[in-house]
Design a protein around this ligand. Structure first.
Ligand SMILES: NC(=O)c1ccc[n+]([C@@H]2O[C@H](COP(=O)([O-])OP(=O)(O)OC[C@H]3O[C@@H](n4cnc5c(N)ncnc54)[C@H](O)[C@@H]3O)[C@@H](O)[C@H]2O)c1
Length: 255
């Protein structure tokens, strides 16, 4: 990808399925990566793997719902890398729940991670990007936020909210040279999806019926995501902002 070599990239949820694939791709593109996750062992192992491959990688055991912790981690990465060029808001959490059977404690958890966490990261990184007069934000939303999804009511609200927030940030930050876009995955083979459908017989049936419904006839793999994210962070995407792109094998074809 053009213009990525030497960029400093913050990735949240870096220890997860999509997050680690994204971190490896940005490392391959010659970027320095700031890896943020609550999973201390996972993020340390990834940083070690990437450092061993010659990538500049800093890891942060940070809960993205904690604003002060996010600001401190971003400031540390900024100090070490010298800039914050790209933010990938990827951390997320989901749990199957029919809305009328769910409780406020679960809503609070889903909202604080999927929406408030991403807002915290925007606040910390956009200030730096505005001073730099350049930056890219790629928010990992979900097709649930575009078309809805049974069992994911509050999660869908968060992802729809993240899409709306991204469009507002795209407008507010355009004159500062900061571009903000969303990528909306469909079902993907990661821990989040396995927790959501369950690994029992019923979960397998859900998986098979999804594979039948997806035009490309398979669930996404983590490596299906980094290409579009790297593109949106690159010089080739310098006239694209406020957009949402689905990576769902054609399951959804939102206009
Ligand atoms: N897997 C899917 O089917 C699917 C579909 C659509 C969208 N997504 C989105 O993709 C993104 C990545 O999810 P994934 O599928 O790789 O799941 P995953 O569970 O493999 O990874 C999520 C990562 O986020 C981290 N995380 C969770 N809460 C955190 C917090 N408070 N602070 C810091 N880190 C935290 C977890 O430790 C984990 O490493 C999420 O935003 C998710 O909503 C996933």
């Amino acid at each position: 990808m053009r213009g990525l070599d030497g960029k400093a990239v913050v990735i949240t949820g870096a220890a997860g399925g999509f997050g680690s694939a994204l971190a490896r791709r940005f490392g391959e593109e010659g970027c320095a990566v700031g890896l943020m996750d609550m999973n201390a062992d996972g993020v340390a192992a990834l940083a070690e793997e990437l450092s061993g491959a010659g990538v500049t990688a800093h890891s942060y055991v940070t809960d993205i719902t904690d604003y002060e912790a996010v600001v401190a981690a971003v400031a540390d990465f900024h100090g070490k890398a010298g800039s914050v060029d790209v933010l990938v808001n990827n951390a997320g959490f989901d749990q199957f729940s029919i809305f009328l059977e769910s409780e406020p404690a679960l809503w609070d958890k889903i909202i604080s991670i999927n929406l408030k966490g991403a807002i915290n990261l925007h606040h910390a990184c956009l200030k730096i990007m505005a001073e730099q007069k350049s930056g890219r934000v790629i928010n990992i939303a979900s097709d649930a936020g575009r078309v809805g999804s049974t069992g994911e009511g509050v999660y869908s609200a968060c992802k729809g909210g993240l899409i709306a927030f991204s469009k507002t940030m795209a407008r507010e930050m355009a004159r500062s040279g900061v571009l903000v876009n969303c990528v909306a995955p469909g079902p993907a083979d990661t821990a989040l999806f396995h927790n959501f459908i369950g690994d029992d017989e019923a979960g397998q049936k859900v998986r098979v019926s999804l594979e039948r419904a997806i035009p490309l006839r398979r669930i996404a793999q983590p490596d299906d995501l980094p290409g579009i994210v790297a593109f949106l962070a690159s010089e080739d995407a310098s006239y694209i902002t406020g957009q949402v792109i689905s990576v769902s094998g054609g399951l959804t074809m939102a206009g």
